[in-house]
Design a binder for this molecule. Sequence first.
Ligand SMILES: CC(C)(COP(=O)(O)OP(=O)(O)OC[C@H]1O[C@@H](n2cnc3c(N)ncnc32)[C@H](O)[C@@H]1OP(=O)(O)O)[C@@H](O)C(=O)NCCC(=O)NCCS
Length: 225
Amino acid sequence: MEMMPYQPHLDRSMSDPGLTLPLTGCGAPEAESNTDWRLGLPVLDGQGLTLRELAIEDAPALFAELTTEEVARFISPPPASVEGFEKFIRWAHKQRAASQYACFAVVPEGQTKAVGMFQIRMLDTDQHVAEWGFALGSDYWGTGLFVAGAHLALAFAFGPMEVERLEARSATPNLRGNGALRKIGAVREAVLSKSFERHGELLDQALWTILREDWRRIRGAFAVN
Ligand SMILES: CC(C)(COP(=O)(O)OP(=O)(O)OC[C@H]1O[C@@H](n2cnc3c(N)ncnc32)[C@H](O)[C@@H]1OP(=O)(O)O)[C@@H](O)C(=O)NCCC(=O)NCCS
């Protein structure tokens, strides 16, 4: 699964001095109204958590939560240092400003620390096709944060981002990842044989989709909000 589309070795934009971005754009009142998510992601409140824009200050917490072996086992390698996460977050802000990408930090209720992420990346802007991915620190697995966060992320994808088709790829041995997608109502469309290399091994991935009409059908089943 492409949890981290950011690839430092391909990122020439980081040295581009022409584009300045708010690095702590979360919570801006104007973003709250969803007038234009490209200017800053809104703060989304759900059951037991908030989704908000990634901030540079999240880098140490995300590094600690998302680089453990159990979290990173079936996703593309996360940045290998706190500085790598800082670069990723700057890249995410630029991609958001370019209408290509929205990446939310997951903050459990009563905390300020980011413990995971939900991301939505446009694959084809004209066709409104996007891919989403998610990861939580393992202490938060099985707590309900995933379902509550997925509800908010899906509402954002099919709302302000105007996505028509949302894809997810999950390595077939990733039992939690596939179970999580299945239980929220994603449709397992295909198996992409040997499509994902991890730890020197080529893994099959399940391709899961949620279409706009699926979202209309399944959103009522989320017992949150
Ligand atoms: C993917 C992820 C965000 C899901 O969050 P979570 O809190 O673990 O998800 P949930 O516990 O709500 O749901 C997982 C579902 O997987 C299934 N599942 C869990 N363990 C399983 C196992 N060993 N075998 C089969 N199914 C399993 C269950 O159906 C479970 O739902 P339920 O028990 O509530 O019915 C989290 O596991 C994670 O961050 N994983 C690492 C990163 C990752 O792989 N991300 C990409 C996913 S495509």
